[in-house]
Design a protein around this ligand. Sequence first.
Ligand code: PLP
Length: 402
Amino acid sequence: MTDHHSDSFDFLAGAELDTLAVRAGQVRGPEGEHSEPIYTTSSFVFASAGQAAARFRGDDPGNVYSRYTNPTVRTFEDRIAALEGGEAGVATASGMAAILSTCMALLSAGDHVVCSRSVFGTTTVLFTKYLQKFGVQVDLVGLTDLAAWEQSLKPNTRLLFLETPSNPICDVADVRKLADLAHSNGCLLVVDNCFCTPALQKPLALGADIVVHSATKFLDGQGRCMGGAVVGRADQMAEVTAFLRTCGPTMSPFNAWVFVKGLETLRLRMEAHSASALALAQWLDEHPKVGKVNYAGLPEHPGHSLAVQQQSAFGGVLSFEVLPNTREAAWTVVDAARIMSLTANLGDAKTTIVHPATTTHGRLSDEERSAAGISEGLIRVAVGLESINDLKKDLDRGLSLL
Ligand SMILES: *Cc1c(COP(=O)(O)O)cnc(C)c1O
């Protein structure tokens, strides 16, 4: 093994995303393996007592223990960092562990956070229940309401947090404007880039400071493993790493290997997901049993022009309201689907369908749900890689019964 893994990547200087997705982060071992190996080992052996001492002192950067570093996990970290265009990446046990680790590393009691109201439900719970419990104040604002973001800033605001496009309404945030707002107030903008991935959107290039991921979704892309990642400036990622080493929500080497292989096909998959989602959104838009369709690829969507600027495609997730806009009608469509999987997960080769009002957004009050645009007749589809014709037929099974 090389001691300093980054020294060997000169050949990738200036390389484009497709090359980095396949090549970045791999350090070939003495066996000359072509594919990245999985280092399933909890600890590492030292060559001498002197080397052991140097590793524990931090003078020798080699491996000690897989809670600290693991070669397969490091390959994933270096590859996702390269794709996002960040200085460093940190892998975590799940997407939630990525968000928690970022907060634990960079926030202290007395700090204030402004978070978009339209983030993953568990993220809201993390911020409002657990961070508040440890003395971090949190305010929630509408994702696209720039004035609300501005008004909620306080002298102790340390971090702004958002997802774009949002789930399940596909609202689009102006990342550049929010980054400017954050920086003019001395705080950091953190973007959860789960829905687009770096194949479609690079928040760091738009001015964000940190990107977090649920690798569980599109980075894997086939629904096999839990994982997460944080990417950003090297000094800030060193803080996140220090938290992980001590507190332990690290990624397993096996999962890292699955994500490394997933990244190799990320752009091809994201373009296929996006092309099918656009075709399905256009078809739904014309369907007599369908009302509103939420997908930023449709020209009438309020986030369309911003998405065109920020993203290279519109992603794989859309939602729509059935007619009549009732729970019963939505459940009829969900229950009639035979190809689409009824599951709240997304970012899989297999298309998933879910009724947000009674599942992913079931914890919200009626007022919160309607403010978020989640009606009783709303259905979310995370479009997979099956034939688009078969997916249309699958939705028509239920729509034709309405
Ligand atoms: C799933 C998800 C998370 C949480 O990730 P886990 O891997 O399930 O912990 C965070 N953000 C978004 C946008 C997600 O979809």
